[in-house]
Design a protein around this ligand. Structure first.
Ligand SMILES: NC(=O)c1ccc[n+]([C@@H]2O[C@H](COP(=O)([O-])OP(=O)(O)OC[C@H]3O[C@@H](n4cnc5c(N)ncnc54)[C@H](OP(=O)(O)O)[C@@H]3O)[C@@H](O)[C@H]2O)c1
Length: 263
């Protein structure tokens, strides 16, 4: 097992990529903090699955837009486990709107969750990682380097996260902590459904055509990259953004329309 005896916190692990990662970590031998905001029952169900794999699960609710609740989350991890080996900052939410229609509260909420309180979380996680070969994993996305409709709010916050991933990797290297990002392409989760609405089916078909591997990704495929980054196998990898998108970013619209994604 790649993560035997390690303690991991995955924010937003009640569903989607976070859930798949919590379970993948547990399968590889880690104990996991299952964090959620609203979906208590689903978080409890993930925790039951973790326990059925023979690992410990700690379920913690926290609204990560609130600095006080971020503090409480890490207090609880510290009090229960006395330390932390792996922190994956996965939770995200945003208002999907054109940049010209964004109001201050849209920006404030997205940036507080994804940037300000991410920094605060790392500040709280690092002391818990002292002497433990710590691993921090962030989640970027396709929209950082490509423009997607109504995506400027979250994409610009994720661009900050990518940059912070590099800065933190440089700052934390001397403490033996690695910091890396995963940039998923299109992954079949509820957030994809929410973003696409009634265009979901047509969008998934278009993704299949534009992706060399011919399909949308699964949460488990992102979780496997997280397992690699969290494990000893990635001990000399830091400050990197690993793209997991089936090759979506290799194709270019007009060429792909004429020749197909696999040329
Ligand atoms: N799906 C994709 O195609 C895709 C592509 C690129 C990047 N990503 C990134 O991958 C990550 C996971 O995406 P996903 O699609 O799996 O997300 P998801 O299904 O929407 O799940 C989001 C998770 O974050 C939690 N959360 C949301 N807002 C929160 C807040 N204010 N405070 C605390 N927790 C909060 C939710 O908790 P509750 O369940 O309790 O509400 C849930 O567990 C995100 O960073 C996302 O931006 C996803």
């Amino acid at each position: 097992m790649l993560l035997e005896g390690r303690k991991a916190l995955v924010t937003g692990s009640s569903r989607g990529i976070g859930r798949a990662t919590a379970l993948a970590f547990a399968r590889e031998g880690a104990d996991v903090v299952v964090h959620y905001r609203r979906q208590q029952e689903r978080a409890e169900a993930v925790a039951r699955e973790v326990r059925s794999l023979g690992r410990q699960a700690l379920v913690v609710q926290a609204e990560l837009e609130s600095p006080e609740e971020v503090g409480r989350l890490f207090d609880e991890v510290g009090e229960t486990w006395g330390g932390l080996d792996i922190f994956m900052a996965n939770a995200a939410a945003s208002a999907f709107k054109p940049v010209m229609e964004l109001k201050p509260h849209h920006l404030e909420r997205t940036y507080r969750l994804l940037v300000d309180n991410f920094i605060l979380s790392v500040q709280r996680a690092v002391p818990l990682m002292e002497g433990r070969d710590g691993r921090i994993i962030t989640i970027s996305g396709h929209g950082v380097h490509y423009t997607l409709p109504r995506y400027g709010n979250i994409a610009s916050a994720k661009a900050a996260v990518e940059s912070l991933t590099r800065y933190l990797a440089a700052e934390l290297g001397s403490r033996g902590i690695t910091v890396n990002a995963i940039a998923p392409g299109v992954i079949g989760t509820e957030s994809e459904q929410f973003y696409m609405g009634d265009k979901l089916e047509a969008f998934d078909r278009a993704c299949m055509e534009a992706t060399p591997l011919g399909r949308v990704g699964t949460p488990e495929e992102v979780a496997d990259v997280a397992v690699f980054l969290a494990s000893k196998l990635a001990r000399f990898v830091t400050g990197q953004v690993i793209v997991a998108d089936g090759g979506l970013t290799l194709t270019s619209g007009p060429f792909q329309q004429i020749f197909g994604a696999s040329l």
